[in-house]
Ligand binder design. Structure first.
Ligand code: PLP
Length: 376
């Protein structure tokens, strides 16, 4: 007899769904906290909140939400283009940059035929999307959690269509050195497209000249987002920067109204908010030093981070996650990345960091002694 499961596409049947950071409301329900008592350092969100200019733009756009958004996102694409010194034809908007990842598969990957390539411990969504599209995802080893670009290059096969590079990478926090990246990009074979995920590029003091690679017309797509630096994760707005011909194929694959009008208005305003970006950069830099110093003081190994989070080896990541939850703190355990001894901690405001570093030692000691089964 045919079961419902038999009808389901193989890519869906075998899929391990993405594990997002635990929502504040869920923990509040489970542990009886008031939502205000909970602090989430689990999804690399901006601890300062959204850009105030973006909030104002949303208020002004609200009375018009009975109208469909500008499907082409004309104003926002113009604003992004002029921000980067490119043309609007180089910009593709996405419902978060995660949607762009999906568009790349729609455009370039034939299920069951093509392959994609990424580094081990790279952002999980590439692998997930590959599963959905029933395309093998080859993962190259990452010594000391760094992308090994020479091995990646040697692993490119005749059926490799997409290569995902992530710098800085999530969850490791490692960046790719600019020179190595440049060499790799100059040697992209014509049958592949490189997706360079730059969700955290704004946190780098010396970002790579990736915009110039778009201008040069290489087979490259830069993935950018308003979710991290600009603090608009809840609005779902990101974009691709690519040479015009490549960008136009991505445009063809998207839904007519894939980004909403509030997100478009907010993103335009956020681009102008240099003060918010500067302040964010400063508190992230300071918080990262404090967090890394505290890990050192506890004798823990961490991966030096170029982004707004730090990955640290704590012994049993799930147990530490649980003992922090009981104290109202949400961090990210990394078992789903094959790193059960590690957690990832997003950098919060100075006050949040002070309070976190007060509870962290006790939670760490508790996690070293409590059996995981007793923690619920
Ligand atoms: C957070 C993140 C994104 C951003 O995703 P959005 O869909 O734009 O919110 C993309 N790539 C990486 C590696 C990330 O960590």
């Amino acid at each position: 007899m045919t079961t419902l499961e038999d009808l389901v596409n193989p890519g869906i049947r075998s899929l391990t769904p993405y594990e997002p950071g635990k929502p504040i409301e869920e923990l509040a329900r489970e542990q009886g906290f008031a939502p205000e008592e909970i602090c989430k350092l689990a999804s690399n969100e901006n601890p300062l909140g959204p850009s105030p200019l973006a909030l104002q733009a949303i208020r002004e756009a609200l009375p018009h939400i009975h109208l469909y958004p500008d499907g082409a996102g004309h104003l926002l694409r113009e604003a992004i283009a002029s921000h980067h010194g490119l043309a609007a034809e180089n910009v593709v908007l996405g419902n978060g940059s995660n949607e762009i990842i999906e568009l790349l598969f729609h455009v370039f990957v034939l299920p069951g035929i093509h392959e994609v390539l990424c580094s081990r411990h790279a952002f999980a969504v590439y692998r997930l999307m590959a599963q959905l599209f029933d395309a093998p995802c080859l993962e190259t080893p990452d010594p000391e959690f760094r992308h090994d670009l020479s091995v990646l290059r040697k692993s490119i096969g005749a059926q490799t269509r997409l290569i995902f590079l992530t710098s800085p990478n999530n969850p490791t926090g490692c960046r790719i050195p600019n020179r190595e990246l440049e060499e790799f990009v100059r040697a992209i074979p014509p049958h592949t497209v490189v997706a360079l995920d730059e969700a955290y590029v704004d946190f780098l003091d010396d970002p790579p000249p990736s915009i110039s690679w778009v201008r040069e017309g290489r087979n490259i797509v830069l993935l950018r987002t308003f979710s991290k630096m600009e603090g608009l994760a809840g609005l779902r707005i990101g974009y691709a920067l690519a040479p015009a011909p490549l960008a136009s194929w991505l445009q063809r694959a998207r839904q007519p109204f894939n980004t909403n009008s509030l997100a478009q208005a907010a993103a335009i305003a956020a681009l102008k908010d240099h003060a918010h970006r500067e302040q964010t950069r400063r508190i992230i830099r300071e918080g990262r030093i404090r967090l890394e110093d505290a890990f050192t003081a506890e004798g823990l190994t961490y991966v030096p981070s170029a982004a707004n989070f730090v990955m640290v080896r704590v012994g049993d990541g799930d147990r530490l996650f649980q003992s922090l939850l009981r104290r109202g703190w949400i961090v990210r355990p990394l078992r789903s990345y094959g790193l059960p001894e590690w957690v990832r901690v997003s950098i919060g405001t100075p006050e949040q960091m002070t309070r976190f570093l007060e509870v962290f030692p006790a939670a760490l000691r508790e996690s070293a002694t409590t059996p995981a089964s007793a923690t619920g």
